[in-house]
Design a protein around this ligand. Structure first.
Ligand code: SF4
Ligand code: SF4
Length: 303
């Protein structure tokens, strides 16, 4: 059975990538599971999606703990424990990181001896970062070595049919280009062993007394604790205010910001609180003077 995990940030298309790869496996006659894991309003937050594919009925359920292939759309997630990118990685797990750095750099950095590849999927996708997932699905299809170009093409057409026109054809180009790029590594990913239920190690259960819901629910007595959650870490794109263009209609951007991350200073100019701005870019869309632009978080031009 193939077990594949896609890690990225909300908005980079990890759910779509897993659906495309799952559909491509299905076109090849495999039984498939694919599922994303994320909560509400997660743009920029770490999310993951996973795919299982096998020639027999898949009895396994739940999150993939021992992946054969791990794909990372945003390399800033690798060192972040909460993202769980390296969870369950074994010496036979193939790691594919979308990064401008070399595989050697990452191997040294992570002290990993197993197969590790990099792909500049973000650069290939240009400014439209939502194409990253499509490119990575194409790369994954080639790495498993059992998916034909035709099956990949049909899967992209099927899953992205709703986008239509130029967007669909641009995504298709990204997927097929990544598929070609991975040709030297075709078949690098091998199927993992089937997990026998008999070998399942029951975890050490912690028996908890059953409480009534009002007693069992978490109670936070301190006020205003949400400020401690640095949602600024979620951002992939950063809103930047051009104060030459800003006409100080602060009630627009500050009111529309869903996270109250835009303060107004004594001169009535808006200021963005980058510790808590999650990069939803609603302010960019709402600013009537077009004074707020979005730049990639990794850009050297950021202030
Ligand atoms: S909405 Fe735009 S122009 Fe108005 S205060 Fe905010 S940044 Fe400035
Ligand atoms: S509206 Fe603008 S400032 Fe507020 S969270 Fe979204 S991107 Fe950040």
């Amino acid at each position: 059975m193939y077990r594949i995990r896609f890690h990225g940030r909300g908005g980079q298309g990890m759910k779509t990538a897993s659906r495309i790869l799952g559909s491509a496996f299905f076109q090849q006659g495999y039984e498939v599971q694919d599922a994303p894991r994320y909560g509400a309003e997660r743009r920029g937050a770490p999310v993951f999606a996973y795919v299982r594919a096998a020639r027999r009925t898949i009895q396994e359920r739940g999150i993939i703990l021992e992946p054969d292939l791990v794909i990372v759309a945003d390399d800033s997630l690798v060192p972040m424990p909460a993202a769980g990118v390296l969870q369950g990685v074994t010496p036979r797990t193939v790691l594919l990181i979308s990064s401008g750095e070399t595989p050697e750099t990452w191997r040294h950095r992570l002290n990993i001896a197993g197969p590790l590849l990099t792909l500049q999927a973000e650069a290939a996708a240009g400014a439209e970062q939502h194409f990253v997932g499509t490119a990575l699905a194409g790369a994954a299809a080639r790495l498993v070595g059992v998916i034909t170009l035709l099956a990949l093409e049909q899967a992209v057409q099927l899953e992205l049919a709703g986008l239509g026109g130029e967007t669909l054809s641009s995504n298709l180009d990204q997927a097929l280009a990544a598929y070609e790029l991975m040709a030297p590594q075709a078949g690098l990913v091998s199927e993992g062993e089937a997990l026998a239920a008999a070998a399942y190690q029951r975890p050490d259960w912690v028996e908890l007394p059953l409480d009534e819901a009002d007693a069992a629910a978490a109670a936070i007595h301190a006020g205003a604790t949400s400020v401690e959650v640095r949602t600024g870490l979620w951002r992939t794109l950063r809103p930047v205010i051009d104060y030459q263009r800003c006409n100080r209609c602060w009630w627009v951007c500050s009111e529309f910001c869903p996270d109250s991350a835009i303060r107004v200073n004594a001169e009535h100019f808006p200021e963005i609180d980058y510790d808590h701005c999650k990069g939803c870019l609603i302010c960019v869309a709402q600013c009537p003077a077009h004074a707020i632009s979005a730049i990639p978080e990794s850009s050297e031009a950021q202030p």
